[in-house]
Write a protein that binds this ligand. Sequence first.
Ligand code: NDP
Length: 317
Amino acid sequence: MSSNNVILVTGGTGLVGQAIKHVIETEPEGSRFAKLPGEKWIFASSSEGDLRDPVQTRQLYEKYKPTHVIHLAALVGGLFKNMKYKLTFLRDNLLINDNVLEAAHESGTTKVISCLSTCYPLDENKIHTGPPHQSNFGYAHAKRMVDVQNHAYKEQFGHNFTSAIPTNVFGPHDNFDLEDSHVIPGLIHKCYLAKKNSTPFVVAGTGKPLRQFIFSRDLAKLFIWMLRSYDDVEPVILSVGEDEEVSIKEVADAIVNALDFKGDYTFDTTRADGQFRKPASNKKLLTLMNGFEFTPFTEALDLTAKWFLENYDTART
Ligand code: NDP
């Protein structure tokens, strides 16, 4: 990458966008993840333009004239919201992705990295193999289509559009809403309230499902690496290894420790578990990028819980 690049991050106010902002602002000079001289980073929120709307999307591109786009904006939700609003998750995400890629095409943006999801057991060659889990098929199908679009833009126009596949992300600036959040922020908030109100800490489901969790600031570094060093249309899974799966019970235990919760702690086995595993291989990532060190899970979880306590008044709750 040369200097004088303008990097537009859509969804710049979200969990991953804020992590990229943190890394860009705090990495020391000389680090391979530090901001380069002449680079201009824009972190866009939905208030700057609703990307479901093609006109507003085009206006955003006209305003910033990005040379590169990290496209994170999406309608994202937890298991229960995904189950309830399948059409909204499908349509909003199809519209957002189509508008962002087409505006990049029209305005001559040189590179776009979009986000797929891990809603199916996979390595990079299995994205289109088999149906996604029924709990989130709207979101999952919309995400899959980004890969189809990237290939079509490449084959018809030669564009450098690609995608990343993060596994379950957590960290500061997550959505800590009690009903509509991913498992880690939801449980941190629940445990915080249980401690505050001296009530039991009840975890939905059996605690047995397994997940690969990636700390948002590790993921941010991997996006910066992709931006600078990865120029292939095929997606890359950005994740810790399959051997680093953590059970929901281990997550809850770590939260209980992080918040120093001493009350009753149980599992509500009448609630849905979702998929038992969503294994995703990070072999390709490790082959391409030698020597990346992931933050240990409990260290990242402690940091996230601390951030939540310190930012309770302004966090998304
Ligand atoms: P968040 O929910 O934290 O943030 C979503 C971002 O998208 C916000 O900045 C939001 O803007 C923006 N956004 C939503 N709708 C619109 C819209 N109509 N127009 C413009 N902007 C919009 O998401 P994450 O940071 O967690 O996720 C980032 C990407 O990573 C997404 O594409 C997601 O699908 C993907 N991903 C996430 C995983 C995870 O575990 N979190 C796992 C796998 C993939 P605002 O807040 O200003 O309204």
